[in-house]
Design a binder for this molecule. Structure first.
Ligand code: SAH
Ligand code: SF4
Ligand code: F3S
Length: 467
């Protein structure tokens, strides 16, 4: 059952925020939230920060010197898990020196009992352990830690909650990521997300539109709609919009100039949505459409519920409707039982589709998932060899896809100084390509700028402002 968190409960949390603020009134305190994983975790961290600010904390520069540290964890692959244990361990000495320091671990990994137990037992100095369904109760948990100095542990597994009205900070005023749904019902056999995030549930469209409209008043131009499977938005709501209708509604907001969305599951991408993408110029020319594997037996074992042929047909349809669309995707190499021959089906799909970019993963067994129990005869080294072969092919494709940009002019939204060269600025095209560029005159973050591409690399483009 999905629980809608009532306004009274959110109001109670606001009271707790006031109490904590008073407790912190004696001196300046700093907080650091370290985020692992996907955009969904990022938006949860934005909520934690917003609540922390209301409780009198300032953003600290690093974990070592902060009065409060929270690790917001991810469990999608093993390395994300291992990293967290190491990080938490390094805080032991700091906490010894400063017993008032508050340490919390939250997020997806904490929804897995083996991991929350491990944190509880191995790291007794961790004050708060909480899962993904109780973020809105953070002020109350923190109040108890501060006043009673007792450990708080809230990691129950529930179907899921929807909590509106929790404060949130937005990094930038001109672009924002907005969750439109939470959880996942797909149970791909390798994936832990349905266990850590609960059942699929959609926010009401009026709440989403109200959030966007409030941000528009502050200058929002670009919105990215978030969900594990945005194409099934609204299926759980009565008398509300489906995903295509939601997109159309958002595009009607005059000040919104660009709309993006992630992630689309190929099995749920409808002709109606393709039509909306075709007709609506505000919807960006980029689509992230994970295929995971190019072999039908493997796709079936993964429970993806489409075939290689279905995927290729879908790509054709999308490209026919939006010819200059940039396609990106996720792929897993070395799913249990995948043979070398089956891997070559994945490689051939990549060569056929020619993605603009690809997020590539070696299969990582995750506790609680079906695939973790499957026979997995191939060694890691064999999988790594295939993985490297795939990477080499894709790097070449990326470069060639970028070469098509050379000497052409694109409209970008400026995103500030370039990360690799402070003499340059950077921005993104509607196809989500980053261009590092030389400005011809003063440019502000969030401005639309016309840029000519003068140099091409595998992962980015270089250009100069024109006009
Ligand atoms: N909901 C999104 C994906 C979320 S996880 C979707 O369905 O597309 C992001 C990516 O991590 C997945 O697309 C998959 O490629 C990868 N992934 C998930 N579980 C994995 C595992 N156990 N091992 C390796 N990669 C995995
Ligand atoms: Fe995981 Fe599949 Fe759901 Fe994506 S659709 S979150 S890969 S179970
Ligand atoms: Fe995201 Fe990782 Fe959780 S990918 S949903 S943070 S398991």
């Amino acid at each position: 059952m999905i629980t809608f968190i009532s306004e009274e409960i959110i109001q109670t949390q606001k009271e707790y925020m006031k109490h904590v603020r008073l407790l912190n009134a004696d001196k300046k305190r700093t907080a650091v939230v370290v985020t692992y994983g996907c955009a969904q975790n990022e938006t949860d961290s934005d909520k934690l920060y917003a609540m922390l600010f209301e409780m009198g904390y300032e953003k600290g520069t690093d974990e070592k010197g902060a009065d409060l540290v929270i690790y917001n964890t991810c469990s999608v692959r093993e390395n994300a898990e291992v990293k967290v244990y190491g990080k938490v361990g390094t805080l032991k000495a700091k906490k010894k020196k400063n017993p008032d320091m508050v340490i919390g671990v939250c997020g997806c990994l904490m929804q897995q009992p083996h991991a929350s137990e491990r944190i509880r037992k191995t790291f007794p100095f961790v004050d708060m352990v909480f899962g993904t369904h109780v973020i809105h109760q953070f002020p109350e948990m923190l109040y108890h830690v501060l006043t009673e100095r007792e450990r708080v542990m809230q990691v129950e597994s529930v179907d899921g909650v929807i909590a509106e009205g929790v404060p949130v900070v937005y990094d930038k005023w001109y672009k924002a990521s907005i969750p439109i749904m939470y959880g996942c019902n797909n149970f791909c056999t390798y994936c832990v997300v349905p266990y850590t995030r609960g059942r699929e549930r959609s926010r009401k469209s009026k709440d989403i539109l109200a959030e966007i409209n409030a941000l528009v008043k502050k200058g929002l131009k670009e919105v990215t709609l978030l969900g594990q499977n945005v194409n099934s938005y609204g299926k759980d709501l009565e008398d509300d919009l489906d995903f295509s209708d939601l997109l159309s509604e958002i595009c009607k907001i005059e000040e919104i100039k660009r709309v993006r969305f992630v992630t689309s599951h190929p099995k749920d991408l409808t002709d109606k949505l393709i039509g909306v993408m075709k007709d609506n110029k505000k919807i960006c020319n980029s689509l992230h459409l994970p295929f995971q594997a190019g072999n039908n037996r493997v796709l079936k074992e993964m429970n993806r519920r489409y075939t290689r042929e279905d995927y290729l047909t879908l790509v054709e349809k999308i490209r026919a409707a939006v010819p200059d669309i940039a396609l990106t995707s996720d792929v897993i190499v070395g799913f249990p039982g995948e043979t070398e021959e089956e891997f070559y089906d994945t490689l051939s799909l990549i060569k056929k589709v020619r993605f603009d970019n690809l997020f590539t993963f070696i299969y990582s067994p995750r506790k609680d998932t079906k695939a973790a129990l499957m026979d997995d005869p191939r060694t890691y080294e064999e999988k790594l060899k295939n993985f490297n072969e795939l990477l080499a092919v894709q790097t070449e494709i990326c470069r060639e896809a970028n070469e098509a940009y050379l000497n052409n002019v694109y409209e970008i939204i400026d995103e500030g100084l370039s990360k690799n060269n402070p003499k340059m600025r950077q921005g993104r095209t509607t196809t989500n390509k980053v261009i590092n560029y030389k400005a011809a005159r003063e440019v502000q973050e969030g401005d639309f700028v016309m840029v000519k591409v003068t140099e091409v690399m595998s992962w980015s483009l270089v250009g100069e402002q024109v006009e």
